[in-house]
Structures are given as structure tokens and as C-alpha cells.
Ligand binder design. Structure first.
Ligand code: ADP
Length: 259
């Protein structure tokens, strides 16, 4: 668990529109990497290309490489469903299956992977995943109740439990706190700090304070104008990006001069 992700000369398209150009990034295992930049610069597109969610959009494609511990995820014959099992995703709006119980929500991904596990093993997975997402104590007495009965912050932790139940190597998070209140946001941020001991985490956030709080590394993306591709301008230790960035564009952004 906790593998590296490397992109090489990665171009990402929607049809003929080049949305993100030439990204070379090495994401170290068991770290939190934050992706920041103004709206529309391609952060989410880049994130979704890492686990091949991007290509679910009709006409979408990539050029270049994405490697997981050196293994080319876009090589011919690689099953995108398997890639998405190894590289899980948590979305902006918590999206538990509303009528499904908390228990079944956690193991939903296992079922998709077609695993017939004995009940005792499923029980173990549910407890491990809910403990892993810091939700166990709050829900252990109501595992059979629908996931939709939880608060927004709890639902997001349930989605994280669902993502880690399949024991992925990498967790992608697309603005996971933007629909949450400040207390739930802090709970998710604390959780990221714990999860990075086991998983490699990549988070898109529009909140620079959050990036500064939770991440080890930060990538700053920018865009020159509408219709132009987004580019990775600078990628470095989070401290460096926020205190001594090398590029003026980065400095202007992190000091709040635009975006
Ligand atoms: P960010 O996450 O930084 O706000 P996005 O990755 O959402 O940026 O968008 C990058 C560019 O790709 C934008 O120009 C956006 O309009 C375009 N884009 C995003 N999703 C789609 C899509 N499904 N189809 C076509 N273009 C898209």
C-alpha cells in the first residue's frame, strides 16, 4: 500500500480540446499532495486522469504516461476498473448510496469487485474501514441504518471508509471538504494526516489554508486564458510553495493577488 504515482509528458484532452498540457509530476508514496490553482486550470481533470476516471467522459483521452510504482496504467491490456480499485476516489459531495445501510455502503466496492467473502471477513472489513475513517465509534450501533441518515461530515467519512475498504494504494480526493462545515472539515483533515501513513493521497483544494495545513507537497496549476490548456507551473514542498516559490505566478497566486 502507498505507492508512488508518476506522470510523464501527460496531455489530457476533451475531444480535440487540450485541457491540461505536459504534466510531469512525481508523487511520493505515503505523502499528501495538494493541487491548487484558479478555477478551470485543470486540477480535477488531472486528478481524474490518474485513475482513468477521465476517460469515462465521451471523447476524452490522454497522451503520455501515468505510472503507479513504475507500472504504466494506460498500457494496452490494463483494465481501467482494476486501476480504479487500486486508486480510489472521494468526491466533493458525499455520495453514499442513500437507501443502502452504513454496513453495505462500506462493502459496496468489494461487492463490485465480485468478491464473495464470508460474513466474518466482511464484518472485519467494515470495522477496519470505519475505524480507518474515524467513524466507527459514531456508527457502530447503527450499521444497519441507511447511510443517508448521517450528517454531511459523517457521510464523507463513510465514503472514505468505502474507498479504503478495497485496500487501495492511492486515494484521490476532489475538494472533499468544500460541502462541509468547519468542524467536519477539520475532522477530514485530521483523517488525511492519519491515512497518509498507509496511503498516497492527492487532494484538489481551492482552499489554500487547507493545502498548507494538510499537504507535504503542493502543485500549482495555472491557465493563461480561456481555451488555453492548464499547466503545472510549480511543484515543490508545501512550505516552499507558500513561503519561497520560484515562479512569480505561484507567488502572485499564493499571496492572493489573483484566483
Ligand atoms: P479545475 O478543476 O481546475 O477547476 P477542470 O479540470 O474542471 O478545472 O477543467 C479544466 C478545463 O477542462 C476547463 O476548461 C473545463 O471547462 C474543461 N472541462 C472539464 N470537464 C469537462 C468535460 N466533461 N467536457 C469538456 N470539457 C471539460
Amino acid at each position: 500500500m502507498g505507492k508512488s504515482v508518476e506522470t510523464k509528458d501527460l496531455n489530457i484532452f476533451y475531444g480535440s480540446f487540450l485541457a491540461v498540457e505536459d504534466v510531469n509530476m512525481t508523487i511520493k508514496p505515503k505523502t499528501v499532495t495538494a493541487l491548487i490553482g484558479p478555477s478551470g486550470c485543470g486540477k480535477s481533470t488531472f486528478l481524474r486522469s490518474i485513475n482513468r476516471m477521465h476517460e469515462v467522459v465521451p471523447g476524452a483521452s490522454v497522451e503520455g504516461k501515468v505510472e503507479l510504482d513504475g507500472e504504466d496504467l494506460y498500457a494496452p491490456g490494463v483494465d481501467p476498473v482494476g486501476v480504479r480499485r487500486q486508486i480510489g476516489m472521494v468526491f466533493q459531495r458525499p455520495n453514499p448510496f442513500p437507501t443502502m445501510s452504513i454496513y453495505d455502503n462500506v462493502i459496496a466496492g468489494l461487492k463490485l469487485n465480485n468478491k464473495k467473502a464470508p460474513k466474518s471477513e466482511l464484518d472485519e472489513t467494515v470495522e477496519r474501514s470505519l475505524r480507518g475513517s474515524n467513524l466507527w465509534n459514531e456508527v457502530k450501533d447503527r450499521l444497519d441504518k441507511p447511510g443517508s441518515g448521517l450528517s454531511g461530515g459523517q457521510q464523507q467519512r463513510l465514503c472514505i471508509a468505502r474507498a479504503i475498504a478495497v485496500q487501495p494504494d492511492v486515494l484521490l480526493m476532489d475538494e472533499p471538504c468544500s460541502a462541509l462545515d468547519p468542524i467536519s472539515t477539520l475532522a477530514i483533515e485530521d483523517l488525511m494526516n492519519e491515512l497518509k501513513h498507509e496511503y498516497t493521497i492527492v487532494i484538489v483544494t481551492h482552499n489554500m489554508q487547507q493545502a498548507a495545513r494538510v499537504s507535504d507537497m503542493t502543485g500549482f496549476f495555472n491557465i493563461e486564458g480561456t481555451g488555453k490548456p492548464g499547466k503545472l507551473i510549480e511543484f515543490d514542498d508545501t512550505k516552499t510553495i507558500f513561503s519561497q516559490p520560484k515562479e512569480k505566478e505561484t507567488e502572485d497566486y499564493v499571496s492572493g493577488r489573483f484566483g
